[in-house]
Structures are given as structure tokens and as C-alpha cells.
Design a protein around this ligand. Structure first.
Ligand code: ADP
Length: 594
């Protein structure tokens, strides 16, 4: 097989900033108690593991020359007991390290999820598909691993290295100097490898996020439907294959970068003992050192060079872990554009009078989706929005729910600017029914209770009755407990909309934003939806994107939008009584219908 060319690696070094490091430290502070326990266990384990070389020295220098079998047996037993005890402590230490890591993961996941939900619609509209998902799953996982594995490894190797170094110095300072002189050889070449590995890891992360995106897009029901109807399976398969192959290559490269490096370090490890035997042997022959010291020394070398080489490669992991923290913090640092003002007012009683005051809105700077729109909707009245597709109707509706904020101008509720109102209390008073009804994979009852979890069964049923959907739900095998979605209930567009209407009725908002379903409904369903809307709109301030004659006729006022501007405003009779855009639209539709 031809080995594919490895992908290009961006090896620009990103500075490790001290503020981020401080932040990571702050993050770990709540776990300081556990971390201290881990440290104590590491120290105890390292000391217990130092026992065998020291015992070896006594075996060679004391027990054997004295032919003391009793001492020999005792020392040998201790040689087993020490590492055994260290092993037990090691298990406990690993558990505690994992505990810290899992706790950090848990907290971050919950915090990220909460934070993502505070982001405005715009964030999700412009994020790559699957990216928020990947942040919550993969990146946080990486952070947890960094804490439970990488940081612990640094600590452990440092403890072992320091304790072993102290012991070799105590054994024989001359040999210690020789062996410690070799240490820099292990540490020097790591920086370069570190950079490369870090870049590879970041690249792998990006590819993974892209793969998650493709998968969540193409494996969702609407994605599958599109793929099937367009026969695009092969195309999608190729896309996934390409990403998977890139990932495979990156992972392989990642392992190789580390491995060649380890091999080199392994070579140094055999140089050490050879040198010590040479110099130490010479000292022993000359009577300047004892044999036991030499043997113990060589046994200890493993505990000197092992941690040193691991510390060198752990440094590599440390730098890559840093990238995970950075990615997570990048999301946590997003300040939601739409958030409560410091002096936000909690809505108490709402009459529901709405004033749209000279509102201009731009999705992209310089391109106005709405321009200088002013409208007044008295409390309890209905305003119908009409206009060609793309004229800004949905945008205006979204502004009312403060899903976006006007670029210029203001929207007032009972005389208060929406931006001064507490978001939660505002959204609690607004019911939104869109054309696309989203239902969660849960029972019908749970979906209905979404806006008011404490509604009684009687209230749920009353709302469903009013929305003309009770009969249908009651006839299901499990009634209100039927699961919506996979392997459960499949609902038609009209049925879904009636459920959405029931859901809004149950929430009982003062203000209603409605996007009337258009052509997707057949005559029966249309009549049912219309009947469901009557109790919903009664007594509420309603902004409705209207498509139907009955809705438009009964509205208190009709606003006609075109290219983001308000063209006409008046009652049905007023607008029909004069030539203009509304009359044109109307006749056009009428002709089409006829
Ligand atoms: P309508 O509901 O009347 O069909 P919209 O309010 O959906 O019209 O759209 C008004 C204009 O804003 C259109 O030109 C549309 O392309 C644009 N638009 C809508 N949503 C977005 C968005 N999220 N980002 C950028 N442009 C958008």
C-alpha cells in the first residue's frame, strides 16, 4: 500500500500564557485536598520503591560477607514487601487522580452546556455543525485526561526523580555526578518534538470536530431523508471516509513522533549503566568504593532515567493538554451578546402593549433585513404580518422574542425597552409557535408540559382539547405517554403544529408570536389548526405571520413588509380599498387559488 503523504502540520508555536495557567490552577484549587492526598501517596510510594536498592547494598556488603542467612532472608522479604505496599498505595493514588479528573470533567461539561445555552441564535447559526457538541464531549474529555493522567504523571515522575537523585548522592557522590551529567541528554531534544506533537494533536482535534459535524448532520432524520432522496450515500460515504483517513494518518503520525523519540531515549538508558559499571568498577578495584554500593547504584539508575525520560515526554503531553484547556476556555469566554442588563427589570404584570420603534436590523453589517420599521400593537390585539418571502417577517417575529436585538431602534413592551427586561421573565410571557415544530424524544405529555412542567393532567388535556389534538392523542395505544420520534409516534405537519399550539396554550403567555403554517396542510388539518388558533389568540397580544384569508381578515391590523421596509398598514378593508402592494398580493394569491 502506498503510504499517503502526511498532512501538513502547522508548527507555529502558540504561547502558553501565564494568565491561562493561573486560570487552570484556579480551576483545580477546589480539589486541592484530594491533590494533596495524591501527592502524599506518591511520596510514600516512591520511598517504598527506593527500599530494594538500599536492601541490595546491605545484602552484598553485609549479609553475604558475614554469611548471615537470617539477615539475608529478612532483607529478601523486605524487598518484596516494599514494592507490594507501594503497589497498594499506587492503586489508591490512581483512583484519587481519576476522581479529580472526573470531577473536573463533570463540572466543565455542565458549565459549558449552560454557557452554550446562553449564547444567542447567531452563535449556532454560524458555528460549524457539531462544533458545540465536540466542545462539550471531546475537549472536556481532553481536559479531564490532562488532569487525571498528565498532571499526575508530571508529579509522580518528579517525586521519583528527586527521591532517586537524593539516594544516589547519598550512596556515592562521585558516581552520582557522572549519572546526573547524563540527564540533560534526555531533556534537551524534547522541545522540538513537543511542538510537532502539539500541532498534530490540534489538527486531529479539528478533524474530529469536523467528523462529528458530518455524522450529526447526515445521521439526523432530515439529513438521512435528504441523502436517501438524492441518492447521495456514496458521496457522503466518501466524505466520511476522507475524514476518517485523515484522522487515521494524524493518529499514526502522532504515535510515531513520540516513538522515535522514546527509542532514542532508550539508547541513553543503556549508556548510563555501562558508564557506571566502568567507573564504579574501577573505584571498587581500587578499594575506593564498596561492591554493594555499585550494585545498588545500577539498580537505582532505572529509577533515575526512567522518570527523566518520561518527564521529557510528559512535557510534550502537558503542552498538548494545554490546548484542550484553551479550547474550552475559548467557549467559556464568549460573552453572550444578548444577556441581562446589570439593572435588568423583572417583569411583573404584563398588559402586552408592544411598540416597535424605528427598528433596523442587520444580520450582516451593512445588509439590512429590516429598515426603519415602526409599528404599534395595542395590548390584546392581533397584528398580521404579510409580505413576499424574504421581506423580514420572521426576523421581526424573532426580534420580538429577543432572539436577536435591533441594530438600531428599539422594541418596547408596556413602555419598557426589551433590552432592560430580565430575559427569563420576558420569555416566560412570550409564546412562540413556528412552522417547524420541534418535539423532543419524550412522551407527548412531557412535550406538552415543556413550558410548564407543573401543569396537572387535567390542564394538559384541556389544552390538547382546545388545540384539537386530544382525540388523536387519546386514541394512541399509550395515550399521552406515547413516545414521540424514533420507533414511537410519527406525526404529520398539522398534528405537530397543533401540539405546538397546545404547548403554547399550556404556557399561557401574554404575548404570542405565530408563524402560520402554509401550504403543508391539507384542508382538514388546516381547518383544525385554524380552530386551534382561536382560543390561543383570544385575549393575547399576537403577532402573526399570516398566510390565510381568515387570519388576515380577522386581524386588528395588517402590516405589509417588502424588502425589510414597512409598506402599508391598516385593516383588511382599508388595505383592500386602495390600490397597493397588499391588494396586488391579494389578487395574485386569489388568482392562483382560483
Ligand atoms: P421572511 O420571514 O419574510 O421570509 P426573513 O425574516 O426570514 O424573511 O428574512 C429576511 C432577510 O434576512 C432575508 O434576506 C434572509 O436571507 C435574511 N436572513 C434571515 N435569517 C438570516 C440569518 N440567520 N443570517 C443572515 N441572514 C438571514
Amino acid at each position: 500500500m502506498r503510504r499517503p503523504k502526511p498532512p501538513k502540520v502547522d508548527s507555529r508555536e502558540v504561547d502558553v500564557s501565564s494568565s491561562t495557567v493561573r486560570r487552570i490552577a484556579r480551576h483545580l484549587r477546589p480539589h486541592a485536598g484530594l491533590a494533596a492526598a495524591v501527592f502524599a501517596l506518591l511520596v510514600a510510594g516512591a520511598l517504598l520503591n527506593l527500599l530494594p536498592p538500599v536492601l541490595v547494598k546491605r545484602v552484598v556488603d553485609e549479609a553475604i560477607p558475614r554469611k548471615d542467612l537470617h539477615q539475608l532472608a529478612l532483607l529478601s522479604t523486605l524487598m518484596i514487601a516494599g514494592p507490594l505496599a507501594a503497589g497498594f498505595l499506587g492503586v489508591l493514588q490512581k483512583y484519587l487522580s481519576a476522581l479529580i479528573g472526573e470531577r473536573v470533567t463533570f463540572e466543565l461539561r455542565v458549565r459549558l452546556f449552560k454557557h452554550l445555552h446562553r449564547q444567542p441564535l447567531g452563535y449556532f447559526a454560524s458555528a460549524r455543525p457539531g462544533e458545540p457538541l465536540s466542545r462539550v464531549l471531546n475537549d472536556v474529555e481532553g481536559v479531564g485526561q490532562a488532569v487525571s493522567k498528565t498532571l499526575t504523571a508530571v508529579l509522580k515522575n518528579a517525586v521519583v526523580l528527586v527521591s532517586a537523585a537524593a539516594t544516589v548522592i547519598w550512596l556515592d557522590w562521585r558516581l552520582a555526578v557522572v549519572s546526573l551529567c547524563l540527564l540533560p541528554l534526555f531533556v534537551a531534544p524534547t522541545r522540538r518534538v513537543g511542538k510537532k506533537r502539539k500541532a498534530l494533536k490540534r489538527l486531529a482535534q479539528e478533524r474530529m470536530a469536523e467528523l462529528t459535524g458530518i455524522l450529526s448532520e447526515t445521521l439526523s432524520i432530515s439529513g438521512v431523508l435528504l441523502v436517501k432522496t438524492f441518492g447521495a450515500e456514496k458521496l457522503e460515504r466518501r466524505r466520511v471516509k476522507r475524514k476518517c483517513r485523515e484522522l487515521m494518518r494524524l493518529s499514526l503520525d502522532q504515535t510515531l513522533v513520540g516513538r522515535w523519540f522514546s527509542m532514542l531515549l532508550g539508547l541513553f538508558e543503556s549508556v548510563g549503566p555501562a558508564l557506571i559499571f566502568l567507573i564504579g568498577g574501577w573505584l571498587v578495584i581500587g578499594g575506593d568504593a564498596r561492591l554493594g554500593t555499585l550494585v545498588a547504584f545500577v539498580t537505582l539508575l532505572r529509577r533515575l532515567y526512567g522518570p527523566a525520560s518520561e518527564l521529557a515526554s510528559v512535557h510534550v503531553d502537558l503542552v498538548t493538554s494545554y490546548a484542550y484547556f484553551e479550547r474550552v476556555y475559548a467557549v467559556l469566554d464568549l460573552t453572550p451578546a444578548i444577556r441581562n442588563a446589570p439593572d435588568a427589570v423583572k417583569l411583573a404584570e404584563v398588559r402586552g402593549e408592544i411598540e416597535i420603534r424605528n427598528v433596523t436590523f442587520e444580520y450582516r453589517p451593512g445588509v439590512a433585513a429590516l429598515e426603519g420599521v415602526s409599528l404599534h400593537i395595542p395590548a390584546g390585539s392581533t397584528l398580521a404580518l404579510v409580505g413576499p418571502s424574504g421581506s423580514g417577517k420572521s426576523t421581526l417575529a424573532a426580534l420580538l422574542a429577543r432572539l436577536w436585538e435591533p441594530t438600531r431602534g428599539a422594541i418596547l413592551l408596556d413602555g419598557q425597552d426589551l433590552r432592560r427586561l430580565e430575559l427569563k421573565s420576558l420569555r416566560a410571557r412570550i409564546g412562540v409557535v413556528t412552522q417547524e415544530t420541534y418535539l423532543f424524544h419524550a412522551t407527548v405529555a412531557e412535550n406538552l408540559r415543556y413550558g410548564r412542567p407543573d401543569a396537572t393532567d387535567a390542564e394538559v388535556i384541556a389544552a390538547a382539547r382546545a388545540a384539537q389534538i386530544h382525540e388523536l392523542i387519546a386514541a394512541l395505544p399509550q395515550g399521552y405517554d406515547t413516545l414521540v420520534g424514533e420507533r414511537g409516534l410519527r406525526l404529520s405537519g398539522g398534528e405537530r403544529q397543533r401540539i405546538a399550539i397546545a404547548r403554547a396554550l399550556l404556557k399561557d403567555p401574554r404575548i404570542l408570536v405565530l408563524d402560520e403554517a402554509t401550504s403543508s396542510l391539507d384542508a382538514v388539518n388546516e381547518a383544525l389548526v385554524q380552530a386551534a388558533l382561536v382560543p390561543l389568540m383570544k385575549g393575547r397580544t399576537t403577532l402573526i405571520i399570516a398566510h390565510r384569508l381568515s387570519t388576515i381578515r380577522n386581524a386588528d391590523a395588517i402590516a405589509v413588509l417588502e424588502k425589510g421596509r414597512l409598506r402599508e398598514l391598516g385593516s383588511f378593508d382599508e388595505l383592500m380599498g386602495k390600490p397597493g402592494l397588499f391588494a396586488d398580493l391579494w389578487h395574485q394569491q386569489f388568482r392562483q387559488a382560483a
